[in-house]
Design a protein around this ligand. Structure first.
Ligand SMILES: Cc1ncc(COP(=O)(O)O)c(C=O)c1O
Length: 390
């Protein structure tokens, strides 16, 4: 069974004294980016906590989401129907987990269903496989594969059994961005073998240079259809609001109908005041750009302070460093050394991955470092890491 990486980290460091005042770089939790409209909008809608929210969300939220997709991906302008293509989520995690059930239900003839998961991966994908009984097929996503699964190496027998492929771009933990050609290949496989592409794009607004391409625009550009593709989005990273619990799923209208039915009996709604804040958040880009400026500056510190140590390369997207600790005894040993040596808390890469067919865990040599703090804290933490490891 999949276990929380953060519980495993707590066990690893339990009883060890930090070598300096702690700085937590283990969690991908944006800090101090609160958009200014949050309080006023919440205040205005407080009485609505007294009502059960509709699972499909209020029309204004579906419309704000569709309008955001229109603006972000120009080819989709006017193509996203708020009534047919969009469902709000209580954060993207619950959606990524629960979507596996309607994905399984739409392929009842498959005797031994499989779910394709990059390795390393966001642990909710593994939890979805475990809870649904679909066999997880872990696709190596390491330096040798340029940190994305090699789609052309997946066996046709496995593809026939697949009900879904999870794809995360920009990826956690490596920050890799899937190109349009790569996304188009994934969509072609999903359509040829009739499974769902679950495109987890929650880091799509956090990038250094160009906005990453999206799965919906790629699907539409290819065939004028969104069949077999849904994207999962979130205000947690984009708007720095992980505690709000608000996201959405959008895409294949047939799947959205089935998922909506399932959600109506099984999944959490988004509280109404939170829906109103979400309308404001999807409609505003200023606070998102402020976040990008902060992350770019944090990566500038990483460029300067880490230089080429630990296999560092500036990621194309998201806000993590994925550092090779093979010279320091591997990820768990390095995480322990850093905690004891300088109070910096980082996540061993092994906790974000599963052992592959060869028995080796592809995250074993790595640590994941989240650059989510303010500039001073980030600079201090990176300086401590280099001073401790050398
Ligand atoms: C790759 C990935 N997907 C999804 C999520 C879920 O985010 P949320 O449920 O806050 O939208 C996270 C959170 O860390 C993540 O890293």
């Amino acid at each position: 069974m999949v276990r929380s990486p953060f519980q495993r980290l707590a066990s690893l460091l339990d009883g060890l004294t930090p070598g300096a005042s702690p700085i937590d770089l283990s969690l991908g939790e944006p800090k101090s980016l609160m958009p200014p409209f949050l309080g006023p909008v919440l205040q205005e809608h407080l009485p609505e906590f007294g009502r059960y929210p509709p699972i499909r969300g209020i029309p204004a939220l579906r419309q704000a989401i569709a309008a955001w997709i229109d603006r972000r991906y120009t080819i989709l302008e006017g193509r996203i129907d708020p009534e047919r293509h969009v469902l709000p989520l209580n954060g993207s995690r619950e959606g990524l987990f629960s979507a596996i059930f309607p994905a399984l239900a739409r392929k009842p003839s498959v005797a031994a269903p499989a779910v394709l998961i990059p390795n390393p991966f966001y642990q909710a994908y593994g939890a979805a496989a475990a809870a649904s009984g679909a066999e997880p097929i872990f696709l190596p996503s390491n330096a040798a594969t340029e940190f994305l699964p090699e789609l052309n190496k997946i066996d046709a027998v496995i593809l026939q059994r697949a009900v879904a492929l999870y794809l995360n771009s920009p990826s956690n933990p490596q920050g890799t961005v899937a190109s349009r050609a790569y996304l188009a290949h994934a969509i072609e496989l999903a359509r040829n073998f009739d499974f769902l592409l679950f495109a987890d794009e929650c880091y799509s607004e956090i990038y250094s240079d160009a906005p990453p391409p999206g799965a919906l625009e790629t699907a539409y550009a290819k065939t004028g259809s969104l069949a077999n593709v849904v994207v999962f989005q979130s205000l947690s990273k984009r708007s720095g609001l992980p505690g709000l619990r608000s996201g959405f799923v959008a895409g294949d209208p047939d799947f959205i109908v089935g998922f909506g039915r399932f959600r109506n009996v099984a999944c959490p709604q988004v509280p109404l005041p939170v829906q109103h804040v979400s309308v404001a958040a999807w409609g505003d880009e200023d606070h998102v750009e402020k976040g990008r400026v902060l992350y770019r500056e944090n990566f500038d510190f990483a460029d300067a302070i880490l230089d080429r140590r630990y296999g560092y390369r500036r990621p194309q997207g998201a806000f993590f460093l994925w550092l090779n600790m093979a010279d320091f005894g591997g990820g768990e040993a390095a995480a322990t050394t850093l905690w004891k040596g300088c109070g910096v808390r980082v996540l061993p890469g092994a906790y974000l991955a599963q052992a592959g067919l060869d028995g080796a865990n592809p995250g074993r040599d790595y640590i994941r470092v989240a650059l989510v703090h303010d500039r001073d804290t980030t600079r201090a933490a990176l300086t401590r890491i280099v001073a401790t490891l050398g």
